[in-house]
Design a protein around this ligand. Structure first.
Ligand code: FAD
Length: 317
């Protein structure tokens, strides 16, 4: 089932969680354990992240530095298909511009269609480590709006090879990302929102937000979107903090603020267990309020950790 139909038909807030494919060398048993611990709460769909190649520098015994390219978490399509077929829960694999040519993207979308997957989250992805600004892959999409257009074109049977005849359209429900506290590269919020509107105008069915820790930031953002004519559902992203160092790491990586009440409590934590307790309580407090305000769905950034997620879902619904 398409995410947009699930949301439109639901009488109350639903929820999904985000899983990362296993690190290369690991098996999928941990992913299965995470899913199995959450199925009793009836997640309506599961997001599967995608990770582009990374550049690493390794010092060799002779003192020289070797540059190499590695993909640490391959297998998004396979993991997504395995989950959807094993549990019967729709999956939403993430599709990136960065690291992929348009032709490779088309092949992934063809594979997903063959596998019975008709939901995707269309994202630009970040630059490679050490790149100050995102560099589009030669032959790839430069921004998420172009990726949305490519996916919508396939929905009309328009493949990259223009002379291809009798084409089957590939029909996907498309989600896109948004940043209630602004994307870190954007010169200002207004410009960022104009680009968001462009993604929706190209055909995105719904929006998922970056994590935020102050619900008022989300409500203000939704109001601004509505004022500028963005009418699609806007799904809030919730990240349960589970490590003490996330007090400083999350603002740095995601360009977001932690409210003073939360940061004060985290600063007092003696260890990760304390931080996890504070983070779970904060996520419950946020989720209860969002559910009470009838948000369409909660998108929970789990990073493969499930016991705090089950606590949050139990308390919020
Ligand atoms: P875009 O919408 O392309 O925006 C990127 C920047 O470019 C913004 O500053 C925007 O204002 C600007 N911009 C947008 N359109 C244009 C245009 N046409 N011309 C010029 N400038 C433009 N990353 C991963 O690598 N893997 C994942 O699985 C993943 N999952 C995510 C899930 C969610 C819910 C979210 C919120 C983010 C996720 N990310 C993931 C991170 C995401 O890839 C980064 O935040 C990335 O920097 C921006 O992606 P985007 O799709 O928002 O890009």
């Amino acid at each position: 089932m398409k995410v947009i139909d699930t949301i439109n038909q639901a009488k109350k807030t639903v929820f999904s969680f985000e899983l990362l494919p296993p690190l290369k060398g690991n098996d999928v048993s941990r992913l299965h354990r995470t899913i199995e611990s959450l199925t009793e709460f009836d997640p309506k769909y599961i997001n599967i992240t995608t990770h582009r190649d990374e550049v690493e520098f390794k010092e060799l015994p002779n003192g020289k530095i070797e540059k190499r390219t590695v993909r640490k978490r391959p297998g998004t399509v396979a993991v997504a298909a395995a989950i959807q077929h094993k549990y019967g829960i729709p999956v939403v694999p993430h599709i990136l511009c960065g690291g992929f040519t348009r032709s490779e993207t088309e092949h992934v979308l063809i594979d997903l269609n063959f596998l019975g997957i008709n939901n995707v989250l269309a994202l630009r992805g970040d630059g490679l480590k050490g790149q100050h600004v995102f560099q589009p892959t030669p032959g790839g999409n430069a921004n998420a709006n172009e990726l949305v257009k490519q996916i919508k074109d396939l929905g009309k049977g328009k493949y990259l090879e223009e002379d291809l005849k009798n084409n089957s359209p590939l029909d996907f429900c498309i989600g896109v990302a948004a940043y209630p506290e602004k994307h870190f590269e954007s010169p200002n919020m207004e410009q960022d929102m104009l680009y968001l509107k462009q993604k929706v105008d190209e055909g995105a069915d719904y929006i998922v937000t970056q994590m935020f820790f102050d619900n008022q930031v989300y409500y203000n953002f939704v109001n601004r979107c509505r004022e500028m004519g963005i009418t699609v559902p806007i799904i809030p992203g919730i990240k349960p903090i589970n490590l003490k160092n996330q007090l400083t790491v999350l603002p740095k990586i995601f360009s977001i603020d932690l409210p003073q009440d939360l940061s004060k409590e985290l600063a007092k934590c003696k260890n990760n267990d304390d931080a996890r307790r504070v983070g779970t309580e904060w996520a419950i407090y946020q989720s209860k309020d969002l559910v009470a305000n009838n948000v369409p769905s909660l998108h929970i950034y789990t990073y493969g950790i499930s016991d705090n997620v089950s606590e949050i879902i139990k308390a919020a619904f």
